[in-house]
Design a protein around this ligand. Sequence first.
Ligand SMILES: [Zn+2]
Length: 76
Amino acid sequence: MTTTHHSKVLTQIKDKPGKYAKYKKHNVPKERQSGKTKRPCVRCGRFGGHIRSFSLGLCRQCFRENATELGFKQYS
Ligand SMILES: [Zn+2]
């Protein structure tokens, strides 16, 4: 089984309780205390390219799309 997210597999095997429990025990990622997965983009949910300055909480793509609306101005 090759999937992009573990929840897709859990929906596939929900009718097989033995496999469900085993998959959940060994493959569901644990809840993190810190790190990049604790800070997804508030707009799209991306983890990479995160901007924490001014407590924006946006990824770089969302920042680029909304920068002028947020009041940022490009000088160069
Ligand atoms: Zn984003």
